[in-house]
Design a protein around this ligand. Sequence first.
Ligand code: NI
Length: 198
Amino acid sequence: MALHRRIIFILSFIGIAIVLALLVQRLWPQPSASRPQITAAFNLVDQTGAAVSERDYRGKYMFIYFGFAFCPDVCPFTLDMMSAALAKLPTSVAEKIQPIFISLDPERDTVEELARYMQSFDPRFVALTGSKEAVAAAARQFKVYFQKVEDEASAGGYVIDHSSIIYLMDPQGGLIQHFTHHDTEQTMAQKLRELIPE
Ligand code: NI
């Protein structure tokens, strides 16, 4: 009888321990679950025609957005917001940042087209394009979704559906923060000041 009771006691103890372990696992915040692990890697051409890769920006905080110059709304809105956030920063912080626009539309976004397009935004921006394959590889690296969609209203008869995320990479090229359309130039500038030492 005593042995019986002891076994029941031990079994219930194990049962409780398992339930507690499951609860802790369920409730504990999963580290990095909300932030995809991304490392910058690309081989593209900038708006002056120079071949560049992520290694050219080592030591800088790359501030990256993917889109296309013919985008009617989201891209210009986002590039404006990034430009405005940069303008709010002290020079000592802003000069550590390299804003980069990467085209998802290499057919229409030639070097010349990007040079013209970027005149509307912060002059520190680098705009990158390349071969179809090089652009697709860069997008894959950053887990960017994009898809050509027919649209008769657009020059060339198509637009590019694309995800809209702004990436902040550390000086070694690893993702440290991302921003979305829920951000404003204020929240973005504030976060950049928190993350980048003066
Ligand atoms: Ni766009």
